[in-house]
Design a binder for this molecule. Structure first.
Ligand SMILES: Cc1cc2nc3c(=O)[nH]c(=O)nc-3n(C[C@H](O)[C@H](O)[C@H](O)COP(=O)(O)OP(=O)(O)OC[C@H]3O[C@@H](n4cnc5c(N)ncnc54)[C@H](O)[C@@H]3O)c2cc1C
Length: 168
């Protein structure tokens, strides 16, 4: 697991249900997560910590086999065998093309209301790129359902309005 925030630590604890050993690689000497998340991870005997370090290379043929971990203080690099790597070091939503068109927050996430409508009438958004607390497949799918129903309703109301205008 790469990262030191809440997501990294919580997912590391989650992974211990399936993995015999989970190693958290973090670039700083302290975590940025909530205290309870840090305590839970530290109390888990399957979790190991490699602090002030970063992965500089991934190796493998069909699957990942090892990574090179560089200690940022000593500069020393070690090969580390692993079956998988989960990266939780934050993300940048690919929403640049919406800048100045749809309201985004300071992290570039699309600001949505509860029906997934955006600042622009008729434009709906769903999933990880929107302002939300929990980013999971199930919440993205739920957002998509709400956005599709709201968009469909918007089109229906638009048609009704147009019909009324024609009648008048
Ligand atoms: C390491 C990791 C592990 C995770 N594990 C879990 C888990 O165990 N369970 C769980 O529920 N969730 C998990 N998640 C979260 C889950 O993957 C996301 O919440 C979910 O995929 C969000 O769905 P989405 O459709 O919003 O975004 P995405 O799945 O990211 O889909 C967005 C799609 O849009 C495409 N795209 C981007 N920009 C453009 C563009 N300009 N034009 C066209 N297409 C574009 C991308 O290529 C991508 O295919 C994990 C996430 C990570 C990073």
């Amino acid at each position: 697991m790469v990262g030191g925030g809440n997501s990294a630590l919580e997912e590391a604890v989650s992974l211990t249900k399936y993995a015999s050993k989970v190693t958290i690689v973090h670039q700083f000497d302290k975590f940025q997560a909530f205290e309870h998340a840090i305590e839970e991870a530290k109390a888990n005997p399957k979790i190991h910590f490699v602090m002030e370090s970063t992965i500089i290379a991934f190796h493998g043929m069909d699957n990942l086999e090892s990574v090179d971990i560089k200690n940022l203080v000593s500069g020393e690099t070690k090969k580390f065998k692993t079956d998988g790597t989960f990266i939780f070091i934050g993300y940048i939503p690919n929403t640049n093309f919406l800048k100045d068109r749809v309201e985004l927050n300071k992290w570039g996430e699309i600001v949505v209301k509860s029906d997934m409508s955006t600042s622009v009438e008729g434009v709906y958004a769903a999933g990880d790129s929107t302002t939300k607390r929990f980013r999971q497949v199930t919440t993205a799918v739920g957002d998509g359902t709400v956005a599709a129903l709201a968009a469909s309703n918007y089109l229906y109301e638009l048609k009704v309005k147009q019909k009324q205008l024609i009648t008048v």
